[in-house]
Design a protein around this ligand. Sequence first.
Ligand code: HDE
Length: 711
Amino acid sequence: MAQQPTGPSELAGTDTTDRQNSSDKLDALEPYRSDATGQALTTNQGVKIADNQNTLKARDRGPSLLEDFIMREKITHFDHERIPERIVHARGTAAHGVFRVYASQAKLTKAAFLQDPAKVTPVFVRFSTVQGPRGSADTVRDVRGFAVKFYTEEGNFDLVGNNMPVFFIQDAIKFPDFVHAVKPEPHNEIPTGASAHDTFWDFVSLVPESAHMVMWAMSDRAIPATLRAMQGFGVHTFRMIDAQGASRFVKFHWRPLSGVYSLLWDEAQKLAGKDPDFNRRQLWEDIESGDYPEWELGVQVVEEADEHSFDFDLLDPTKIIPEEQVPVQPIGKLTLNRNPDNFFAETEQAAFHPGHIVPGIDFSNDPLLQGRLFSYTDTQLLRLGGPNFHQIPINRPVCPFHNNQRDAYHQHQIHKGRAAYEPNSIDAGWPKETPAGPAGGGFESYPERIEGHKIRNRSESFGDHFSQARLFWRSMSEVEQAHIVDAYSFELAKVERMAIREREVNEILANIDLDLARRVAANIGVQPPAAGTVELPKVRQEQSPALSQMNLLTGNIRSRKIAILIGNGVDAAAVSAAQAALKGEGAACKLVAPSAAPVQGSDGSRLVPDGSLAGLPSIMFDAVLVPGGEAAMQAMMADGTALHYLLEAYKHLKPMAFLGQAQTLLAQLRLDEDEGLLVGSDLSAIQASYFAAIARHRVWARMPKAMSVPA
Ligand code: HDE
């Protein structure tokens, strides 16, 4: 039988930057990528179409004729273009890439794709928000999905995780309740893409096991500045199995090489209107420009013998293993280096499943994970219209796959042979089982010993709901804590029922931390609580520095986006010097002018802007630079939009550089210099401090002052 056409082949990137070369190879290896360049327009039956403008009619002015098979086929297909969106994680964006292990992980796992640093495994990664529909805004406060499909030589391995390491519930049976609570309310379908409403807070205030995850969702992690600046987590405890059959527990981590940083809430809200595609656009542009996002895959490993040595249960998905107790060992690197050709065919039809594992990886008994193992196939049956969704190009394994499953909707294989059953003698017994073990490589489940009664119960070891929420709170910097207080206050202020606000404060927040509870209470008209309602157990660790994203920056400015403001008469030499210096350090800059029309530099040169002040507002950038030039500065001083641009950047604590005559703007704006608002005759005079400020991402020390600046 003919070999399956390969899936997203190894060349998703042979780690090459030679994009043209790789896309030529791709066309050859992936014949299902259809390119109509130079081809005739035809019907689906291959009949060439002579007129694609007019329906077949009886005379010029109709009526139209039912026999027009060309028009009927076209409209019928159009009528069926939509498939159901994902019930959760509907809004998403994705990219192809490659994964490579740093060194053999044979001591941990027999998984073939984790053995050899020379081996390149193609991947497809989809990021998503959870609550909103497919067309909702990117920058809402929400958990982000982080789903990775590894096309390994032993089959597909899907690591279907999130950008937060825990979850809202402990048992799968509660998932529909949770999702119904967070989704828009049933009577008016409000709000879109937000948890700031009564049903969400009603549920979480009644379900203390959600306390830890809600803390994460109210933190800056829920508004990532860019998808490449998010951590990812497998959430559940998994197992890795070595060639001798030994099992160890593992937690998977993705650590972004860009560091972790976030939007401010005001930016997130404004971006949802000004550019609802903000996150997906930036991922797309970064990849197109060759600035490939990268993550390190890390594992926390726990020996079987140590399963019960923590003050929480490893199977409880509302708990992390603090990194100070079990360090994350980096094992490999993921690079996203190719945008999809077609959103629907690839991103929308991608079917991830935590149950897609390969030999060397196995499940734990986490009751949330166990439930997911059922759900993901079930959802694809509906969404992708039948059980052959694995044959859709984006979902195909790159290794051969053969079995006796037959027929059903959308069958793309033409199975040869007479015996679609096993055992058989008619087709000489093929396809045959592969023995497990090193010689064979057939999949074998870890033979965990299980004894006990069949019960519906929650283990007592899952009972402490507040200690890790407290650990998270206490590990935050002052700024992060202030943001968390603001987020709870914002969301609970949208809750109409006072009893829900009070319950959240008294029965959840007060048990996490009294200071947090009181600060939120004061903002939402609730009586500050005097004490919590439960006694927390003694835990091994009160703080975990690894949880604060302030500790997760890289110290460099790679991939940061800088707006350079230009106008007629701008100092052209200063512009090109700034561009060169920023690009030299791996940052990306855009020229922003009063309008999208070209401007004339001080030396008569022509500068073509990337966009206008209105089209590329400062909320889309990490930092701003004003290069000077007498005439340009005079014009900016008289331009309300430009002044607002700068005030807003100041208010959002962005690093700002004012060069040459741009200093005059400061007086007009009545802004003071600070560790990130820098003034210099040219960039070289302030470059070190400016770049250091960009590397820190925000000028937090400016916060008290910025609060009083109108923007
Ligand atoms: Fe999912 N989840 N989930 N989930 N999930 C889906 O599958 C579900 C959970 C996650 O980019 C659905 O194909 C149940 C945890 C991601 O396509 C559905 C439970 C985590 C994505 C589903 C959970 C996730 C999904 C909807 C509780 C983090 C997007 C469409 C037992 C570890 C994947 C689909 C993509 C998608 C069910 C809990 C992550 C309905 C029943 C915990 C990243 O099958």
